[in-house]
Design a protein around this ligand. Structure first.
Ligand code: SF4
Ligand code: SF4
Length: 396
């Protein structure tokens, strides 16, 4: 196998870290790999990733699942004798790889341009607002145009935002997410499998390890192998995922019961309270960590890290206010808050989830799966191919 050298790669990676990377300082001592409690056999990082980055081996990085196997405990950065910030490099690599997997090019624009990110979010938010301001869709009254004298007296969400219309929109949104997340995951698998082309993988390896996708997607259990402080972050992360998944199910599957006009109790409300409480509590805790900058992961916040937390928090907060306004039978505040809630939630789902930081929810379990499949095939003793690096001066 031959790999071309991209001498501009370190500068390119530097663009994905706002504080700047220090990989040139690394003298390849290996302390970081020795300190990382997640490094073992096939999972040898972060030194190898730094070496690839220093040498400009872009394709080798593209074929590596290792950046997604790191949970950024920061132990390597704390102990590096050269302060080369290997943990931060792994973070920058995850952002860079996300832009490589994304076929639309939007992910790259989001990570490298604040104006693009703000513009896209604002554009989708205005589109949502416009849908509620229009005099109706295809002759069907909807939004502010559907407010009758009765709906101005009492909350009538069934007129303002009919459940069947919103439910169809939810399904369209879910399909949109499925397509983009699926395509990105397939592109990741393609690249990483290219790095494992020296192994003969059997169908039984793929099927036998399929459960890893669910296990790691739900539990992120390897994170628990990190230091004690990381157990707290792991727990918060699991709560966040459970809250987000609960809310997603309520909106996409159970909207018929979840969106109500009356103040009567319904069992879906309990799940709604759980989801809202976990989303707000965990996002607040993570934002506090980023302000205090105590842990390594919180020291260098990229704007996408903040956007991830702020949008989730505002979605939850506007959801609570909307719920209160509905329970108190305040029609106009309910309608306005409904639109505000969607103007935050929809851009987050349409822009940030398929093209931004949220993608790690898919890439991490997939990388664990691919690593397990590679282990399974390697356990049969398949030979590894020889790697030959082609200097830039010898490029065809
Ligand atoms: S990043 Fe630091 S600890 Fe790791 S190999 Fe380089 S110099 Fe050594
Ligand atoms: S941040 Fe933690 S998990 Fe990631 S490479 Fe460094 S020591 Fe390993």
């Amino acid at each position: 196998m031959e790999y071309r050298v991209n001498l501009a790669l370190p500068a390119e990676l530097n663009r994905f870290e706002e504080a700047g990377l220090n990989i040139a300082k690394c003298f390849n001592c290996g302390t970081c790999t020795a300190m990382c409690s997640l490094t073992e056999g096939e999972r040898s990082f972060p030194r190898r990733m730094i070496r690839y980055a220093q040498l400009g081996l872009e394709e080798r990085l593209l074929e590596s699942a290792e950046p997604w196997l790191c949970y950024y405990c920061g132990e390597c950065s704390k102990t590096c004798p050269r302060e080369a910030q290997p943990g931060e490099l792994m973070m920058a690599l995850r952002r860079w790889l996300t832009t490589k997997y994304d076929f639309t090019g939007l992910s790259r624009r989001l990570y490298l341009s604040h104006a693009w990110e703000a513009g896209l979010l604002a554009g989708v938010a205005l589109l949502v607002l416009a849908l509620f301001l229009l005099p109706g869709w295809l002759g069907v009254p909807f939004g502010f145009a559907a407010i009758t004298p009765e709906a101005a007296e009492h909350v009538r969400l069934d007129l303002f935002a009919p459940r069947h219309v919103i439910h169809i929109a939810d399904w369209v949104l879910a399909a949109f997410l499925l397509v983009f997340l699926g395509v990105n995951a397939i592109r990741m698998i393609y690249y990483v499998r290219r790095g494992h082309r020296d192994r003969q993988t059997r169908l039984s390896d793929w099927l036998g390890q399929a459960h890893q996708l669910i296990v790691h997607g739900v539990t992120q259990k390897h994170w628990r192998g990190c230091e004690k402080e990381e157990r707290r972050r792991w727990l918060f992360h699991v709560l966040l995922v459970s809250g987000y998944a609960t809310m997603f199910l309520l909106v996409v599957v159970f909207l018929g019961s979840f969106q109500r006009d009356d103040a009567d109790f319904h069992w879906t409300a309990l799940f709604g309270y759980y989801a809202t409480a976990t989303l707000m509590g965990v996002t607040l805790a993570f934002m506090r960590d980023r302000v205090k900058k105590r842990a390594e992961i919180s020291k260098y916040s990229h704007v996408t890290d903040w956007m991830f937390l702020v949008l989730l928090f505002l979605t939850s907060l506007s959801g609570i206010l909307l719920h209160l306004a509905r329970l108190l039978d305040l029609p106009w505040p309910t309608y306005v808050l409904y639109v505000v809630h969607l103007m935050i939630a929809v851009p987050m789902l349409v822009v940030e989830v398929p093209f931004g930081k949220w993608l790690h929810l898919v890439f991490r379990p997939v990388s664990e799966y691919l690593t397990a499949v590679a282990h399974a095939s390697e356990s049969r003793g398949v030979q590894k191919a020889t790697v030959r690096v082609v200097p830039a001066t010898q490029r065809p």
